[in-house]
Design a protein around this ligand. Structure first.
Ligand SMILES: NC(=O)c1ccc[n+]([C@@H]2O[C@H](COP(=O)([O-])OP(=O)(O)OC[C@H]3O[C@@H](n4cnc5c(N)ncnc54)[C@H](OP(=O)(O)O)[C@@H]3O)[C@@H](O)[C@H]2O)c1
Length: 247
């Protein structure tokens, strides 16, 4: 297992951050964490979702538009030291890969780019999945395509482009999610299948915490951490044995 995000060298460089997909559940938690850290925040969301950010009125800038629109992203990421991007497989028009590509193309060179996705994304093919997990992903992909609602393959393509880029990226791979009070920074492993991840559950608020903390953690550059809640049985079992989950 690998420990939490230690912060450090990147911290003093982070002043202004863009949150792409700010109006969703994960996005709103990230806005809150970023504001708490004193960052200047720019959010991108669909025009019709702007009201979802009303609670942050006056504390952030909103650039309304589709997140896969290169012009929207170019304007939103201007001058940003970090970009947090929610990659979602919704729709059947390459929304995730278009969003990732726009961020990769327009973020300033050297900016920290942190992307969200799920455990189903593999970077090196060394993740091991239970039969149930694989069946669930297969079913979601088939049903999603049938209903023209979800395009899991395109989220895979989005991450492939991120992994292939020479930017300072991190792809955070979320477990199953639940709502609830923060339990602190999740713990992570480089590979799904590692016993520390067995509980397969993270609070959404803590997924967001990890995303924001990754901005200033240079040890996570070009890593694809798979995360799990630090108070879950598998994380605690590991903490009692070899290593304490750090945060
Ligand atoms: N849900 C899970 O159990 C789970 C598990 C593991 C990993 N993850 C990852 O966690 C991240 C957040 O997922 P979430 O499920 O918690 O969702 P979420 O935070 O609520 O975000 C959903 C996002 O998708 C946008 N969206 C919804 N419908 C759309 C459409 N038809 N076209 C374009 N955009 C649309 C939303 O924008 P609006 O606000 O404009 O609607 C919002 O930005 C994702 O990267 C996901 O892969 C989720």
């Amino acid at each position: 297992m690998s420990g939490g995000t230690g912060g450090g060298a990147g911290a003093e460089r982070m002043r202004k951050v863009c949150i792409v997909g700010a109006s969703g559940k994960l996005g709103q938690y990230m806005v809150r964490h970023a504001l708490e850290r004193g960052y200047e925040v720019v959010g991108v969301c669909r025009e019709r979702s702007v009201p979802k950010l009303a609670a942050f009125q006056g504390r952030m800038t909103i650039v309304p538009g589709f997140t896969n629109d290169p012009d929207v992203i170019r304007r939103a990421v201007a001058g940003c030291d970090g970009v947090l991007t929610v990659l979602v497989p919704w729709g059947v028009r390459q929304y995730a890969s278009g969003t990732a590509q726009a961020v990769l193309d327009h973020a300033r060179p050297g900016a920290r780019l942190v992307f969200s996705c799920g455990w189903h994304i593999t970077r090196d093919g060394k993740d091991t999945y239970s039969r149930w997990f694989k069946a669930g992903v297969w079913l979601a992909a088939r049903l999603g395509r049938l209903l023209r609602a979800v395009e899991i393959d395109d989220q895979v393509e989005a991450c492939r482009r991120v992994f292939a880029s020479d930017t300072r990226w991190t792809v955070v791979r979320g477990s199953s999610l639940e709502e609830g009070e923060s339990q602190g920074l999740p713990v992570w492993s480089g590979h799904v299948g590692d016993p520390v991840l067995a509980s397969n559950l993270t609070r959404r608020v803590d997924f967001a915490l990890f995303m924001v903390a990754a901005l200033t953690d240079d040890t996570l550059v070009r890593q694809a951490p798979a995360i799990v809640g630090r108070r879950t049985p598998s994380a605690l079992a590991h903490a009692g044995g070899l290593d304490m989950p750090r945060g």
